[in-house]
Design a protein around this ligand. Structure first.
Ligand SMILES: [Zn+2]
Length: 398
């Protein structure tokens, strides 16, 4: 590029002024293939995917509606062009639903906290009362209780052209609860991951490294689906199978990025305990790493890469980075691979203090959210798409 400029403008280019350099910048930006890839995301498509997920009610794990949602998600991934969708199978036998069996990722698990609450707090919890759902149809749809036993979750992989043996994991959980539609928690993250899977498989997109899109199950019971994935697949990383085939059933993990509750950033509860009806002007995408993770330094670096991608590619909302990633499927990964989460708010000190009145409640419905809310989720999608495209060496041919 520099040589070309010198050729066109001769010696004058050697004395190129900063102002002139800035006038060149838009052209350079227009040539950024990642910008064109991010432009393939759109609000209506993101909303439509969330809306479709809500046809299965709250998708509570261990129910027919959860299994139907899983089948639907897999069919969608296939329709995007993935021929390698796979299901991870595991068994779920709850002991204590919030303290499940199985080894925690580290001593920090459960003790890492999420930041100290400050300001007004409102109580949070999981609604288990069907009568709190006034919509009779939805109440009936959500009526079946979860069983115990075999479980499944689905993933698909964009295979890298030059480094198929390495991958980033991009995840969200497809299960929910609370007698609503689990539109925000976590239809919003599930739809984000599905939209990214669609775009990375769209015409002309190639990546040097691989990307795995995982739709975890059993998050709400204690991250059991993500834990099962680690238990079954961590040891398979980077192994070519069969030998000489250039196929890697489990590429080496380079990073894990979770998306969980993407829509609602209306601010702190008001003095009367209610949440503002409108989105706050300072709404942002919260990127969190965990400062107590063994790989905290690497995870922080990953978080800043996402922050930079937000600067470059998000159309409406900025990002903020925080050190308290907690209570989602990236937690069990955090000592094994740099792991971060993207959310509407900080999970610990904000969502935990009651900033989202829809959380695990009957009002977590598609109809609850405004276009501004959906657009915040879309900006998280732009952030992750841009960051992952950069990290995997994405190119676009037209
Ligand atoms: Zn969630």
């Amino acid at each position: 590029m520099k040589l070309l400029v010198v050729a066109r403008f001769g010696l004058a280019a050697l004395f190129i002024s900063p102002v002139f350099a800035q006038t060149l910048a838009p052209d350079a930006a227009a040539e950024d293939p990642i910008k064109a890839m991010v432009a393939r995301l759109d609000l209506e498509s993101y909303k439509a995917t969330i809306k479709s997920l809500t046809q299965f009610g709250d998708r509570r794990q261990g129910t027919d509606r959860n299994r139907a949602a899983l089948n639907w998600i897999e069919a969608q991934l296939k329709s995007y062009g993935y021929t390698n969708t796979a299901r991870l199978k595991y068994d779920y036998f709850p002991t204590d639903p919030r303290r499940p069996s199985g080894p925690p990722a580290s001593g920090a698990d459960g003790a890492q906290g999420g930041g100290r609450y400050r300001g007004v707090r409102t109580p949070t919890g999981v609604n288990n009362d069907p009568l709190k759902q006034p919509d009779e149809k939805l109440r009936a749809l959500n009526a079946q209780a979860g069983d115990v036993g075999p479980r499944e979750e689905v993933y698909c992989t964009k295979i890298g052209t030059t480094h198929p043996e390495e991958m980033y994991i991009v995840g969200a959980h497809m299960d929910g609860h609370g007698w609503g539609e689990a539109a925000n928690d976590d239809g919003s993250g599930t739809a984000l991951v599905m939209e990214l899977a669609r775009i990375f498989m769209s015409p002309g997109v190639k990546t040097e490294r691989s990307i795995r899109f995982c739709l975890w199950n059993n998050e709400e019971t204690g991250l059991n689906g993500a834990r099962a994935y680690i238990a079954q697949r961590a040891a398979l990383q980077g192994k070519e199978e069969p030998a000489g085939s250039s196929q890697y059933p489990e590429p080496k993990w380079l990073g894990m990025i979770q998306h969980d509750m993407m829509l609602l950033d209306h601010g702190m509860p008001l003095a009367d305990g209610t949440i503002p009806k409108a989105q706050r002007p300072e709404a942002d995408v919260n990127i969190e790493f965990q400062s107590m993770a063994k790989l905290a330094a690497e995870a922080q670096q990953l978080a800043w890469a996402f922050y930079a991608a937000n600067e470059a590619y998000a159309t409406d909302y900025p990002a903020a980075v925080g050190p308290h990633m907690t209570n989602t499927d990236s937690t069990p990964f955090m000592d094994l691979v740099p792991a971060i989460s993207l959310r509407e708010n900080e999970r610990g000190r904000e969502i935990g203090a009651g900033w989202d009145p829809t959380w695990h409640q009957p009002v977590d419905l598609y109809a609850t959210f405004s276009d501004k809310d959906f657009r915040l989720g879309l900006n998280a999608a732009q952030t992750t798409l841009g960051a992952i495209a950069r990290l995997t060496g994405a190119t676009l041919t037209k």
